[in-house]
Ligand binder design. Structure first.
Ligand SMILES: [Zn+2]
Ligand SMILES: [Zn+2]
Length: 281
């Protein structure tokens, strides 16, 4: 199961941004013309208030042209756009500096497997960590038997090399079982409970319309969003999401009612539903 999960993590393909999020060259050039540039790099943070206003107008035009709706914005309220890849960023998309490309529902770039962990392989990555941990714990328990037997029959003084091997194996198994594998499981359990990705923990998503909004739809729903139902323990595709659209919990501060945004992306832009359209709980 561990090998199967690892193979699926590596060969499932990275969740890249669809072409429909790429606006026309004309709009791209207009946006770049009102964005400060330093050493061949666009520096949005150095934009003046007037430039930010113009960027926002162009970005709204891009969304309208591509017929997409995004709920996330950057810290200054701008719709997110990747200047390196040349497209709008769907919600929860991040640019991976190691791969040089954007990935949808980007979690992190794992240096151990040299691969992006995104919407497409997050479940398999977690299963790989869990099954590998179980393998290490099994190895630990079977090594423990050998250590105890050697101490009980007290042959260790004559056969020092062998006992050294057992003790070293046991210690190495214990170390790897706890760190990084055990810690990774605890860490990702906490992330899924809140419906957060690794990068969102350090840099939380900012959602337009409501600064207190987030993706946390309750622990069971969050787990279901990653693992689906039924075949959750198998490295088989079971996610109910497309990696581009997510339920959002908007919190109305006055009456504390939660809402879920519903999108109809195929509709013309002026018919798109943008607000709080269905009550969740
Ligand atoms: Zn990018
Ligand atoms: Zn990457």
């Amino acid at each position: 199961m561990s090998t199967w999960s690892l193979a699926k993590t590596l060969f499932s393909g990275i969740g890249r941004v669809p072409e429909k999020y790429r606006p026309s060259k004309e709009l791209e050039d207009r946006l770049k013309a009102v964005t400060p540039i330093e050493k061949d790099r666009y520096v949005v943070e150095k934009s003046t208030t007037e430039q930010l206003k113009q960027q926002n107008i162009i970005l709204e035009e891009m969304c309208s042209q591509c017929r997409v709706i995004v709920a996330e914005c950057d810290n200054v309220g701008r719709i997110k756009y990747c200047y390196e890849c040349g497209h709008l960023k769907p919600d929860r998309t991040r640019h991976c500096s190691s791969c040089g490309m954007c990935s949808v529902k980007y979690d992190h770039h794992c240096p151990w497997i040299n691969c992006c962990v995104t919407h497409t392989n997050y479940k398999y990555f977690l299963l790989y960590v869990v099954y590998t941990s179980l393998l290490v714990y099994f190895y630990l328990l079977t090594s423990l038997e050998g250590v105890i037997r050697y101490f009980i029959i007290q042959k260790w003084s004559e056969d020092f090399g062998k006992i050294l091997y057992y003790v070293f194996s046991f210690a190495a198994g214990g170390v790897f079982g706890y760190y990084p594998l055990g810690e990774l499981i605890i860490f990702h359990y906490q992330l899924i409970s809140l419906n957060e990705t690794t990068v969102e923990q350090t840099k939380p998503a900012v959602l337009r319309f409501d600064g207190a909004a987030d993706y946390n739809m309750g622990r069971m729903n969050n787990f279901r969003a990653v693992f689906g139902w039924g075949v959750w323990m198998w490295p088989i595709e079971s996610s109910e999401l497309d990696g581009l659209h997510f339920d959002i919990r908007y919190v109305n501060k006055h009456n504390n009612i939660r809402f879920v945004r519903v999108e109809q992306e195929e509709s013309p832009p002026n018919e798109l539903v943008t607000g709080q359209t269905s009550e969740k709980s």
